[in-house]
Design a protein around this ligand. Sequence first.
Ligand code: ZN
Ligand code: ZN
Length: 265
Amino acid sequence: MEITHLGSGSRGNSVLLSTPESNVLIDCGFSLKKTESKLQKLDVNPKEIDTILVTHHHSDHSKSALRASKKWGCNLISNAETARRLEWEDTARLRIFSELERIDAGVDISLLTVPVPHDDAENVAVIACDSDGKRAAVVTDLGEVTAELISHLKNCNHISIEANYDHDRLMRGGYPDSLKRRVSGRGGHLSNYQTANALQEIVHPELHSIVLCHLSESNNQPHIAESEVLMGICDSFDGSLSISKQEGPDFSNWIGQSNPERIVA
Ligand SMILES: [Zn+2]
Ligand SMILES: [Zn+2]
């Protein structure tokens, strides 16, 4: 399985998972035009996308998902609450998943969704499994890492996880107090520190690559996120740690391989 972030942050998120027989998008939060040009950069014909899974209704994850699924003729899947919030209930090609259901998203890829706490949304983390039983996780938009999520992440060979904010920067920055409380609360986002702590618990010898994503442009910096996480895991992790920026794709991770492959434009 190959994992490529088309881009990540509050202005749009989408991750392409490719196996020999299938292409799946986790979230489709850029405009349709932008998504198609990002796929073109990867030599992927949008019509070869089998499934788009939308994790929750916020527009940085869902923006062009419905239009893309209609134009490309692919499956669109979400949970019932996300479909309700996006008014997708009458969409013919929509499939609804339930919590912890194993979803066949292509010939040789299945997805498992794990509920995570996020304000006013029924958000899920996604664990993808290929036909060799190798697993990759995509985890964004959660205020807290649950014990259930940790137990699933302990089986993964690749983990993409958000490191949204640096706690001091958020608290000293210009956000109103109510927003600071929301971001740092149980339904907000993970700080660098929370992500470092969670990874410390998860890291195992078969975890080869980690991508930090959904970094806040106001309250974080790539080098701060990277050093805080590395500090937490450097004794136990010898794979690669990369950062997905708002405008990708910049690199792909191949499961089982430590070093990411740069994408040349
Ligand atoms: Zn988001
Ligand atoms: Zn969100």
